[in-house]
Design a protein around this ligand. Sequence first.
Ligand SMILES: Nc1ncnc2c1ncn2[C@@H]1O[C@H](COP(=O)(O)OP(=O)(O)OP(=O)(O)O)[C@@H](O)[C@H]1O
Ligand SMILES: [Mg+2]
Length: 261
Amino acid sequence: MSDSLVSVRDVTKTFHQRGRRVQALEHVDLDIRRGEFVSLLGPSGCGKSTLLRIIDGLHESSTATVTVNGPDAEHGPRREAVRPSPAVSALVPWRTVAQNVRFLTRLHRGAATHPVTSDDEIDGLLSAVGLSAFARAYPHELSGGMQQRASLVRAFALGAPILLMDEPFAALDEITRADMRYLLLELWGRINSTVVFVTHSVTEAAILSDRVVVMAARPGRIASEREVALARPRTPEMEDSAEFHEIVRVLRADLRAHHER
Ligand SMILES: Nc1ncnc2c1ncn2[C@@H]1O[C@H](COP(=O)(O)OP(=O)(O)OP(=O)(O)O)[C@@H](O)[C@H]1O
Ligand SMILES: [Mg+2]
């Protein structure tokens, strides 16, 4: 596929745990297009994090062919060519919100294709998540939810061609989590990034994604891939639509069909 940013071919990953073999992934093929929002959905232990780490270059695959068609893919290792951004993680406490955003961008210079560095751009992203008044505040002056939003901005500001997010909202309460989904989409739309997003939530995968990859466990594998035909931008009202409910129904059926008893 010529327009794919990441192409995973026949990836198998076996772990050895105290004499036991665990087949974390078996014969996984996956293409991710530039600019696409893809979710990996599946039960615990089906290899979602392992697949993300293989794309990230943190895990060697047992039989991997992973190609990342980054702008510098032919120079140096893949990890440098298309470096994903770090996960949504804690802010540095002794730097202001704006400094946090800029600091990480500087740290990863060279890895990013389009880092966001100007004050105006940073202010634009912060105001997109409702934090324009807090650019010069310190993390301890922000609520937990505001810190989450700031670190989301920081992840996008890095300008990495691909963002790999492993259940970034798992610890949030339901209302905050729902808000974060739309903020994530807002930033993704502005920055034109590519996102691979791991989640256990069927509705989260459906409202966020262009495509949902449903995985099954033992061995970890791709059970189905579903395009989500909902229009962009996505809105909370869409979650009440018949179209949305139909997508959720199909995804649940896919999960159930491959669920172990
Ligand atoms: N470093 C490791 N060493 C040994 N086994 C591992 C390691 N990492 C993962 N595994 C095993 O590989 C399988 C897939 O794990 P993985 O973490 O990718 O699942 P997951 O889909 O992300 O699950 P969860 O939804 O619970 O996060 C599991 O059986 C796990 O025990
Ligand atoms: Mg995981």
